[in-house]
Write a protein that binds this ligand. Structure first.
Ligand SMILES: [Zn+2]
Ligand SMILES: [Zn+2]
Length: 321
């Protein structure tokens, strides 16, 4: 714990007094150097909920005293071809909260007003935090699947983001069957409980070929396996900032005719847009969906991160002040 000066908002920014901040697996990637900050020290944390304490020359209707959230997208240039076509997540000047700019593991942070989102009253501070990362990225992964009601969809890995996606599918695509691939029996049981139609090991073949699969695992074998489970024209969406290198040689097992032929596609998910965050918050309030959270005092941040690293996971972890 160190003392930092209270940040000062610049034109168009809000000063937020932080009340809760989610703890994400990405923090471990930042700390261990797989997606490192450009400078140190950097305050991590990209699922921030707090109260606006000061504004400077802002144009939106966010006011002092409002409760807002901040997500992984901290800012983008606003003028490039990607920003102008609703793909600010691909902007070359994309800056991530808590990696490129100080985030929410602190009492205060500042953020450009267009990247702060009003939080519906329905959620407590701690409940709102996970909506801002796992929720928004889950929403983006699903929107990259080219889904329509009735299409079959697979989920490889069944952690925080996948379980949110399962709930979104239940809500938005009621005719679609969900097939879950997970190594642990506990995760498979959980998936079936939440409404999955089928659950198997990552090495099992599903009873039918699938239109789309979302991968949320940290490794490579499930990618190759998933390609075999796709229908002609099917798409695999990989939701990961980085893959670990432990089983990278599994990629040599890719067989063109079995895994790629017939116009099968692979697409990665990069970051989120402010639209994704807004849409997911709106949907979560409408469903309504409340994430299960495990709360840690702010002082216990290191403990919470270690618990994620060692997979002691019971719902999303959130630091509170
Ligand atoms: Zn995250
Ligand atoms: Zn841009």
């Amino acid at each position: 714990m160190v003392e930092f000066p209270k940040p000062v908002p610049r034109e168009g920014e809000l000063l937020i007094k932080v009340s809760a901040c989610g703890v994400c697996h990405t923090e471990i990637d930042e700390i261990e150097g797989r997606t490192p900050p450009p400078v140190y020290p950097m305050i991590p944390g990209h699922q921030v909920v707090g109260i606006v304490e000061q504004t400077l020359g802002t144009k939106t209707n966010i006011r002092v005293g409002d409760r807002v959230g901040v997500a992984w997208i901290y800012s983008a240039c606003g003028t490039c071809e990607y920003c102008l076509s609703g793909r600010e997540n691909l902007c070359a000047d994309f800056r991530a909260t808590g990696r490129d700019v100080n985030g929410g593991y602190a009492e205060y942070m500042v953020v450009p007003e267009q990247f702060a989102y009003p939080i519906p009253e329905l959620f407590t501070d701690a409940e709102a935090a996970p909506l801002l990362c796992a929720g928004a990225i889950g929403y983006r992964s699903l929107s990259l699947c080219d889904m329509t009601d009735g299409k079959s969809i697979g989920l490889t890995g069944f952690g925080a983001s996948a379980h949110l996606v399962q709930k979104l599918i239940n809500y938005q695509y009621q005719q679609s069957k969900v097939y879950v691939f997970a190594r642990s029996q506990k995760e498979r049981d959980f998936a079936l409980e939440l409404g999955a139609y089928w659950a198997g090991d990552t090495s099992d073949m599903p009873p039918v070929l699938l239109d789309c699969i979302i991968d949320t695992t940290p490794v490579w074998e499930p990618i190759v396996r998933a390609m075999e489970c796709l229908k002609p024209g099917g798409r695999l969406v990989i939701n990961a900032i980085q893959k670990e290198s432990i089983d990278q040689d599994y990629l040599l097992k890719i067989d063109y005719s079995r895994h790629l032929w017939m116009e099968k596609e692979i697409k990665s998910v990069a970051n989120v847009t402010s639209h994704d965050v807004r849409e997911f918050i709106r949907l979560a309030a409408e469903m309504p969906f409340k994430p299960e959270v495990e709360v840690y005092l702010f002082e216990k941040a290191n403990e919470a991160i270690l618990d994620i690293k060692q997979r002691r996971i019971k719902g999303a972890k959130v630091l509170v002040f």
